[in-house]
Design a protein around this ligand. Sequence first.
Ligand SMILES: Cc1cc2nc3c(=O)[nH]c(=O)nc-3n(C[C@H](O)[C@H](O)[C@H](O)COP(=O)(O)OP(=O)(O)OC[C@H]3O[C@@H](n4cnc5c(N)ncnc54)[C@H](O)[C@@H]3O)c2cc1C
Length: 269
Amino acid sequence: MTQADLTVQKLRHTTKLRMLKVGRITELTPSMRRITLVGADLEGFHSASFDDHVKLFFPAEPGAELAMPTMGPNGLQFPEDAPRPIARDYTPRRYDPAAQELDIDFVLHHSGPATDWAMGASVGDSLGVGGPRGSFVIPTGFDWHALIGDETAMPAIGRRLEELPQGAQALVIVKTRDEASRMDFQSRCDLRIQWLVDDASDDGMDALERAARELVLPAGEGYVWAAGEYTPIQKVREHLVKERGLDKGRIRAASYWRREAPATHVNFE
Ligand SMILES: Cc1cc2nc3c(=O)[nH]c(=O)nc-3n(C[C@H](O)[C@H](O)[C@H](O)COP(=O)(O)OP(=O)(O)OC[C@H]3O[C@@H](n4cnc5c(N)ncnc54)[C@H](O)[C@@H]3O)c2cc1C
């Protein structure tokens, strides 16, 4: 293995905006709904990394017409005569270029424009999709891969596990609201998975942070990817980098949402 094989790559893509239709709806767990988006607009869609996100555009009000932006010379341009659509970030879970299908998996635990839309969606409904605008590509050639997150990270983790080659070692820690919300991940790699339940502990420490503190990192070259609610993910990263001395270049940790705040995306650095 050469060092070059382990260099993460940051790619930029030309942002494309698409209008797609709901083609299929699949209940994955009581709290996760897969919406399969279809349409000729998917032509040329490309997602280079499990860490990617697309921007989903929802009508400003439920039932209102979706006023999609266009790409201008300085970025997105919104129609001036209509209320701006609401945008939220989601993982492109699976893209099938032959069938022209894009799967997005929605967590349904709360209320917000994206979740409400997914809960009420029907086949034939329209959805605006932008991006991915860029990709953070983590090589698959590491000796081990730690993947840590809550339910919002499950689409990315599920995709990564399908993409990792045979022989790769994956240590997965996922926190779900309850046992019924766990999923069967498909993978060829050597997979060790630890399921946690979102429970309040006496010491106030989040289950994800506690598990990260107890995690024994294998020998060899590895990479940690973590995503989920702001505070536990920040604490997981702090513990691994500041207390355990993990190289900052060997961890990608992102807030995918934040309690009491809409649409929060932060890459901790
Ligand atoms: C890069 C990236 C990829 C993501 N991929 C996915 C994905 O594939 N699937 C997925 O389901 N989510 C994913 N998310 C998270 C998703 O974007 C947020 O959960 C988003 O806030 C949901 O939008 P909303 O309109 O439903 O709620 P918002 O209007 O954003 O928030 C409304 C309220 O709900 C709370 N809230 C938001 N999300 C949750 C949650 N998951 N559980 C409990 N309370 C919540 C907020 O704190 C707020 O109080 C991703 C986020 C990022 C940044």
